[in-house]
Design a protein around this ligand. Structure first.
Ligand code: NAG
Ligand code: NAG
Ligand code: NAG
Ligand code: NAG
Ligand code: NAG
Ligand code: NAG
Ligand code: NAG
Ligand code: NAG
Ligand code: NAG
Ligand code: NAG
Ligand code: NAG
Ligand code: NAG
Length: 789
């Protein structure tokens, strides 16, 4: 037997995708070399190619060309009509796994504080069909336009787990060169204005403090800075909340502490014109030339026009330049000590070796009983300076030691800084929840979209793991299947009430909700390795198995506050939901559009699991393998004629995928799981609820220069005499109002018993009607295969 199973690595991640970019963003831009007279070239790609061959040998990793030239080159690549129709067909099959397609279609988020629609309705499958028609009837001028339209369409769903990135996006990437922006309020009360970050470096330079006053940007390309940036944010970022979108444009202090995040302004997806004109309040104007950079691995040899560009970069594995690969390896650190957070961070009480988790103690009268847990990333990795080999275990131990140390030192308050956090490993989010609230049983109820391929896959996994002959024949194979797919076997997970499912059909349904079909709500079972752990069995969550009993609760719920900037997605959203809904922990949102009023802390996907395309294809391949193995070739042939076979045969997406991330054979994925609230009879995915934070703060010059200023402002707002942004407290959707426990009040008694049931919600989960229709159809297609269930 040959099983080639990729272990299903846990993922609820939504990363800002900026691979392999040049550094030194704070310095002045060097003018582009005028290498050639424009007239020398008949084709824009020929000129790009000539610039590349003239500059590549001296380059340290990237070659810059003018943005207009790059755009013209991309737009000269002819439409690959036949190939694009295949791309769309394959994407549509995989998109069946996107959990909230029908909610996107409705644009259900209609209940924002201002009564406006926060997500425009979008019919993803219908629009994909329209693009395919357009490709065939000559609507599109270039291959770039087609791929750009597809990627914008997926982004418009506002679920940053859902994406597709084509190869054509890789070789030339747009850049607002060395013009990273920040959005800051003078005093935390007045509305923020937009500044050029390098001006701040001059203003807050230890060797020459305070002798430069930055001037705010008033207009960009003649349009008010607020309008320009709101439009830019809408088309460039994939978050569902407008304030989160705004924040994603700017340098992110928290993400910069463990990596680099200069914001989408620096690395726009879209062409932003040949130049950008910034007019400042002091009357000055700066015109910058926009650029595109040629990524470190692109090889333009032989590229002379759009067709040769396509041949070089859009037909599978790409040529790589030797020197640049070597240059990248040399840059790798060889230090053996733990890293230190980058940017304006104080020295830490602890750091996890990839800086995903960092602990601090505040100093100063009034603040000295406060610990800060900064988590820019829920996906820790093993870095330098640790002997641990499993990042989840390293993190668990360090957080546990930090909480114990904090308690022993008499720290009473905890600020959890989740700014910049786009998610990570699901189990790590649950682990932190259990370390904070060991007495709570985390709800974490989620469900899949029910459709043919998912049903057959779920059935096949259950059959395989239910087969004792297989287990006896080769335990290694059995264990690999269990590690990879055990969490898809209904016997391993729990229902909404925490009990076992009674049968496959009890679990699978399909159940109707909002005109679509879904599986039952299911919950992880951390006492049962295959049903709890999305990352194999090398880690036990605090409070379960070898990690039981958990240490005592370190902080009272009312002594904890979340600090969030809307970036929070995925695992970060799962964690936020658990602590907000079950423990009543309150939230402070930071930044957002320059306007008063409330803001959401979680502005990214609230979906509970990304299904990367390669994983989905592999899962379908495994389904065919299991079936051939247990039921014989004829059953496998039948299955091959279903959606399972069609997805297993995915080929064009491999050819046309971005190769920027060398580990990913198809770039992108879907959101597989809706995250739901306990006792919510409507079963609306959390993504489609508006949930304001309890208070909002603006970043200031001082907090830009020193992160502890923000943490102290958060402390003051929650427990001291600080104030929140005008109009930002008391929103009806904030947990302080829902729980009726005032945000800042001596007498506020937090509800830590998990009593936050919303009015009118009484039915248990998965109360939708069972829809017999689909199951009959699928069972017929599957023939004998499902009988054994
Ligand atoms: C081509 O197809 C698109 C998408 O369906 C449609 O909007 C457009 O009108 C069509 N154009 C022509 C020339 O048929
Ligand atoms: C401070 O200013 C000096 C002179 O302009 C410059 O060389 C130095 O890099 C600046 N330091 C920082 C931290 O920005
Ligand atoms: C005006 O402000 C901008 C942005 O801070 C700065 O670059 C420029 O030097 C200032 N101009 C004058 C005349 O002070
Ligand atoms: C508190 O003070 C100590 C000792 O000076 C310092 O190492 C640490 O970085 C400070 N912590 C914060 C959060 O400012
Ligand atoms: C890692 O192990 C080595 C060898 O046992 C030891 O010297 C070192 O102190 C350990 N490092 C850490 C961070 O525990
Ligand atoms: C079990 O299967 C694996 C992978 O196919 C193989 O390497 C191993 O030898 C098998 N073990 C037995 C006992 O057959
Ligand atoms: C369900 O679909 C039907 C027919 O398309 C439509 O009339 C109805 O409004 C939809 N209901 C919901 C809840 O979307
Ligand atoms: C998890 O707990 C189980 C049961 O106590 C134990 O056998 C296993 O070794 C533990 N795993 C880890 C990684 O500690
Ligand atoms: C269990 O697996 C064995 C070996 O692959 C296969 O022969 C048998 O048909 C399977 N049994 C069932 C009930 O699927
Ligand atoms: C808040 O309290 C601190 C410490 O008691 C005091 O220094 C500060 O002036 C107060 N601020 C306001 C705005 O009242
Ligand atoms: C939950 O809150 C409601 C309304 O405040 C109250 O009537 C009820 O007793 C509470 N239930 C529990 C279990 O605390
Ligand atoms: C959970 O329990 C409630 C109350 O006993 C019941 O109405 C509901 O059907 C149960 N839900 C599931 C999924 O079993």
């Amino acid at each position: 037997m040959h099983y080639s199973l990729a272990v299903f690595v846990a993922a609820a991640h939504a990363h800002y995708h900026v691979p392999n970019v040049p550094r030194a963003v704070a310095e002045d831009a060097a003018p582009l070399p005028t290498l050639f007279a424009r007239q020398q070239f008949a084709q824009p790609c020929e000129e790009v190619s000539a610039s590349w061959s003239a500059l590549a040998p001296e380059s340290t990793g990237a070659v810059f060309v003018g943005a207009k030239l790059a755009y013209d080159c991309l737009n000269s690549v002819p439409v690959d009509a036949e190939g694009d129709v295949l791309v769309i067909q394959e994407l549509k099959r995989l998109a069946q796994f996107q959990s909230n397609l029908n909610y996107m279609k409705d644009g259900t988020l209609k209940d924002g504080p201002d009564g406006v629609l926060h997500n425009e309705p979008v019919d993803i499958l219908g629009e994909l069909d329209a693009i395919a028609t357009g490709v065939q009837n000559g609507t599109y001028e270039s291959e770039f336009e087609v791929q750009f339209t597809i990627s914008q369409l997926l982004k418009s769903g506002g679920d940053n787990h859902f994406s597709w990135r084509a190869d054509i996006m890789d070789p030339l990437r747009f850049l607002h060169d060395r013009f990273a922006l920040v959005s800051l309020s003078k005093d935390g009360k007045n509305l923020p204005k937009v500044y050029v970050q390098r001006d701040l470096f001059s203003a807050y330079n230890a060797s020459s403090p305070g002798n430069f006053t930055p001037s705010a940007i008033k207009t960009i390309d003649g349009k008010s800075v607020v309008d320009y940036i709101n439009d830019f944010a809408t088309t460039n970022n994939g978050w569902h909340d407008a304030d989160a979108q705004w924040n994603r444009v700017f340098v992110n202090q928290a993400s910069n502490s463990n990596g680099e995040d200069f914001g989408s302004w620096t690395y726009p997806n879209n062409y932003v014109g040949p130049t950008t004109t910034y007019a400042f309040e002091n009357g000055s104007t700066i015109v910058t030339e926009n650029k595109a950079y040629i990524g470190g691995t692109a090889d333009f040899t032989g590229v002379t026009d759009g067709s040769t560009f396509f041949a070089a970069f859009c037909q599978g594995a790409q040529k790589k330049t030797q020197t640049q690969n070597e240059a990248r390896q040399v840059a790798t650190s060889t230090s053996d000590v733990l890293p230190t957070p980058m940017g304006r961070y104080p020295s830490a009480a602890f750091v996890q070796s990839s800086l995903a988790f960092q602990g601090y103690y505040l100093n100063g009268t009034g603040y000295d009983k406060t610990a800060v847990l900064a988590i820019p990333d829920f996906g820790p990795k093993i870095g330098k300076g640790t002997n641990e080999t499993v990042a989840q275990i390293e993190t668990q131990k360090m957080v546990r030691a930090f909480f114990a140390d904090a308690v022993s030192k008499g720290k009473e308050k905890l600020i959890i800084d989740l700014r910049g956090n786009g998610g990570g490993t699901i189990d790590v989010g649950f682990d932190l929840f259990k370390q904070l609230f060991p007495d709570q049983d985390p709800f974490g109820g989620t469900r899949y979209r029910a459709h043919e391929a998912h049903q057959l896959f779920s059935a096949a996994v259950t059959s395989a793991l239910n087969n004792n002959t297989l287990k006896a024949m080769n335990e290694t194979v059995y264990d690999t299947i269990e590690d990879s797919y055990g969490v898809f076997d209904y016997r391993n997970v729990r229902d909404a009430n925490g009990s076992s499912f009674t049968s496959f059909w009890d679990y699978y349904g399909p159940y109707e909700n909002n005109n679509d079909t879904f599986t039952s709500i299911r919950r992880y079972n951390y006492s049962n390795i295959p049903g709890g752990y999305t990352s194999g069995s090398d880690f036990n969550v605090t409070g379960y198995l070898s990690e039981a009993p958990a240490p005592p609760q370190p902080f009272k719920a009312e002594n904890i506050i979340l600090v969030q900037d809307g970036s929070c997605s995925s695992t970060c959203a799962i964690f936020s939901e658990l602590v907000r809904e079950q423990a009543g922990v309150q939230q402070i949102a930071v930044g957002g559009r320059p306007q008063y009023g409330a803001m959401q802390g979680v502005g990214g996907t609230k979906g509970a699991n990304i299904g990367n395309y390669p994983f989905l294809v592999q899962a379908m391949t495994s389904t065919l393998q299991f079936t051939a193995e247990y039921l014989g070739e004829s059953a496998a042939l039948k299955l091959n004629a279903s959606a399972v076979g069609a997805i297993a045969a995915t080929s064009q997406l491999y050819i046309r995928s971005s190769h920027a991330d060398e580990d990913t054979s198809i770039s992108g994925g879907v959101n597989m799981l809706d995250n739901l609230r306990q006792h919510d009879a409507t079963e609306r995915p959390l993504e489609f609820y508006y949930e304001a934070a309890d208070c909002r703060l603006f970043d200031t010059f001082k907090s830009w220069a020193d992160v502890t200023v923000l943490w102290k402002a958060a402390y003051d707002a929650k427990w001291g005499n600080g104030t929140c942004v005008q109009g930002s407290t008391g929103d009806k959707t904030s947990i302080s109002v829902v729980d009726n426990s005032p945000f800042n009040g001596e007498t506020a008694s937090q509800n830590s018993s998990g009593n936050s049931t919303e009015p009118g919600q009484s039915e248990g989960a998965a109360s939708g009607l069972q829809s017999a229709g689909l199951s009959v159809v699928v069972a017929a297609a599957m023939g004998v295969a499902l009988l054994m269930l």
